[in-house]
Ligand binder design. Structure first.
Ligand code: ADP
Ligand code: NI
Length: 215
């Protein structure tokens, strides 16, 4: 394996040793593998894709007083310390800055194939079987009910409402997870997203059947 990647994996594992389950090393590893899978078809720069996937959640602004610069800064300083070219560092930092769902709700000025690939891979981890597990983990952490037939999903939430939403976890499927399929940028990402999307629909069909007491 490329020693730059090897050192980066080691750094990310150490740094995320105490991270919560939604954004721990295993999330990074899944996004990394999915990004490489997408890249086989999309043929972006593999080193950039790998480094950006590995470093994309190195510091979450949510847990750092909303500091949006901290992640790209830590990633950049690390890559510099292991002697990576400055043009590669710049590209990786731009990807991290522009990756988040929140950033994509604002104005995004940077575009690259590698950004599209890593963003698709990150979003894919929020849907399908893993996405379902992550959503209920998050809901449990926030002490939310699984489902409440009386509480309808809110499809037009502002950023602020989205952040403070207290709705049942099943509503999150309609408020975000089912929307991700159409946000995929790469053909390979769209393909994988469609399968995971269908699986979530089947899952909810079964969920409602069980809720209604069906055999
Ligand atoms: P991201 O890392 O994609 O920016 P978040 O930090 O908002 O996303 O969420 C991490 C995980 O928790 C994702 O799988 C997401 O779907 C899930 N999640 C976020 N908000 C909610 C919510 N209101 N209810 C259930 N799951 C949620
Ligand atoms: Ni992520």
């Amino acid at each position: 394996m490329n020693p730059i990647i090897e050192k980066t994996i080691e750094f990310v594992k150490e740094t995320l040793a105490d991270a919560e389950a939604g954004h721990d090393w295993f999330h990074i590893e899944r996004v990394y593998k999915t990004a490489l899978t997408i890249n086989e078809q999309e043929k972006g720069d593999e080193l950039i894709v790998a480094l950006a996937a590995l470093l994309h959640d190195i510091a979450d602004p949510k847990f750092n007083d909303g500091d949006e610069e901290i992640g790209p800064r830590i990633a950049g300083d690390f890559l510099k310390s292991i002697g990576v070219d400055s043009s590669i560092i710049e590209h990786v930092k731009q990807i991290i800055i522009n990756l988040s769902y929140k950033a994509s709700l604002g104005t995004v000025t940077f575009h690259s194939k590698e950004l599209d690939i890593v963003q698709d891979a990150d979003r894919l981890d929020a849907i399908g079987a893993i996405g379902i597990a992550r959503a209920f983990t998050y809901g449990g952490y926030k002490n939310r009910v699984l489902y409440d037939p009386e509480v309808k999903p809110n499809l037009n939430m502002s950023k602020e409402e989205y952040k403070n939403s207290t709705g049942p976890t099943v509503n999150h499927f309609y408020e975000k997870l089912f929307l991700l399929k159409d946000l995929m940028k790469t053909p390979a990402g769209k393909n994988i997203a469609q399968k995971r999307h269908n699986f979530m629909q089947e899952y909810l069909d079964q969920f409602y059947n069980e809720w209604a007491g069906m055999k």
